[in-house]
Design a protein around this ligand. Structure first.
Ligand SMILES: Cc1cc2nc3c(=O)[nH]c(=O)nc-3n(C[C@H](O)[C@H](O)[C@H](O)COP(=O)(O)O)c2cc1C
Length: 407
């Protein structure tokens, strides 16, 4: 074995049974909004186009020995963004998305990573300065928060639901034609698909609301339509979903466990577990018992992993050290270690773990509730070739947070 490759389970490849895709190791870079693409407030056609900075970011992550790179959320509707400057694949754009996304996918794959695009729709969680007339499963408004305001949504019509299915499938086909290895539906963190799954937000009385089967119908329709358009033996289907919403009346862990089995039956090969919504907060520990194991949702993973026969499981949120990562794989809690914030502090973190150069992510001294802002700031430095602020130094953490909030 070459000396730079440690024989750990983290470095072992894994083959997906349906698509035949092989991840070179067990790290998954979880989707992170980049906010580096074009944006125009009035002309929607000028939104969401990849830029040289966006491509450069993935050149860097592509060098980082990351088994699977998930591109940050890609809205399939240019009026339903998570934030300004999102990369977008909207079937109405006059520019060719296949050509536009080829370079970023090629950059991500250049050194052997698999690359998957995360498809999304903001729904009621679209900031009101981007869209003052959002749609959702129902008309229940998202409370303002995280420095954003959200307008009252209107429930989608059945014709709009049909069109949404088409928009997601169009975007998946674009990813396939542009060279991506798969697509991931973003059904976590309170965005539109999670607004359908949640009994707290979804108050519909038609075929898309009520029972779990009805609330999840839209997700299965999208996967069916993607399979109709893109060859399953060459394209990996994935979903990021909440293990729970952590909100009363929201999507529960029992529901999540049931859906995981249904997703596997529908040909989904990679389930990424996360948790929470903007309302409940997500990216921190919900239970004392998981602190030692680092990953916030690992106990839920323990429950559902044995029920899955073919689908692979990634757990994202909290992993920082080699010990708990190896343990999670060795004990078969999951198949992939999802990472987000450690990879904005250091795009080569996975490579350094595999070579034995690092055992822990650097500490992050920013208040956890503000770390998305500082990670977005770090992303911009990576994309523009500037030094990445070292957030383990308190003064740098403070000044970076100030710069992130004023920028
Ligand atoms: C800057 C930033 C942007 C994020 N954007 C997305 C996103 O576009 N889609 C998504 O599913 N999760 C997003 N997340 C959540 C991460 O993918 C991940 O689930 C969360 O940060 C927990 O993982 P960590 O503890 O390794 O950071 C984002 C997180 C950060 C820090």
């Amino acid at each position: 074995m070459p000396s730079q490759v440690s024989p750990t389970i983290l470095a072992s490849p894994l083959k997906f049974p349906i698509s035949g895709k092989v991840a070179p190791n067990r790290f998954l870079k979880s989707a992170m909004t980049e906010r580096l693409c074009t944006y125009d407030q009035d002309n929607h056609d000028l939104r969401g186009k990849p830029t040289p900075e966006y491509i450069e970011l993935y050149e860097q992550w592509g060098k980082g020995a990351i088994g699977i790179i998930v591109l940050g959320n890609l809205p399939v509707d240019r009026t339903a963004l998570e934030a300004k400057k999102n990369a977008i694949i909207d079937k109405r754009s006059s520019w060719d998305p296949v050509e536009a996304f080829k370079p970023v996918i090629a950059a991500s794959k250049r050194h052997g990573s698999l690359v998957i695009g995360q498809l999304t729709h903001g729904g009621r969680q679209t900031p009101s300065d981007i869209n003052p007339h959002p749609v959702s499963s129902s008309d229940i408004q998202n409370p303002d928060g995280m420095g954003m305001t959200f307008a009252k949504p209107r429930p989608m019509t059945l014709a709009e639901i049909d069109d949404l299915v088409d928009s997601f499938a169009f975007a998946a086909e674009v990813l396939y034609k542009a060279g991506a290895d798969g697509a991931q539906l973003h059904a976590a963190h309170g965005y539109l698909l999670s607004q359908f799954l949640s009994g707290r937000v979804n108050k519909r009385t038609d075929n898309y609301g009520g029972s779990l089967e009805n609330r999840s119908r839209i997700v299965f329709r999208i996967f069916e339509e993607i399979k109709r358009r893109v060859p399953a033996n060459d394209f990996l289907l994935s979903i990021k979903m909440n293990s729970a919403d952590f909100a009363e009346g929201g999507f529960t862990d029992e529901e999540s466990a049931k859906i995981a089995i249904m997703l596997e039956a529908a040909g989904v090969e990679l389930i990424e577990l996360s948790g929470g919504t903007y309302e409940s907060g997500a990216f921190s520990h919900k239970k004392d018992s998981t602190i030692k194991r680092e990953a916030f949702f690992i106990e839920f993973a323990d429950r559902i992993r044995p029920t899955l026969k073919t689908a692979k499981l990634a757990v994202t949120g909290g992993f920082r050290s080699v010990g708990p990562m190896e343990e999670a794989l060795a004990e078969k809690s999951c198949d992939f270690i999802g990472l987000a914030r450690p990879l904005t502090a250091d795009p080569f973190f996975c490579k350094d773990i595999i070579s034995g150069a690092q055992l822990h992510a650097a500490e992050n001294k920013v208040n956890p509730s503000m770390q998305t802002a500082t990670s977005v700031y770090q992303i911009k430095t990576i994309a523009t070739g500037k030094p990445i602020p070292d957030l383990s130094i308190q003064e740098v953490a403070d000044s970076t947070l100030q710069a992130a909030l004023s920028g």
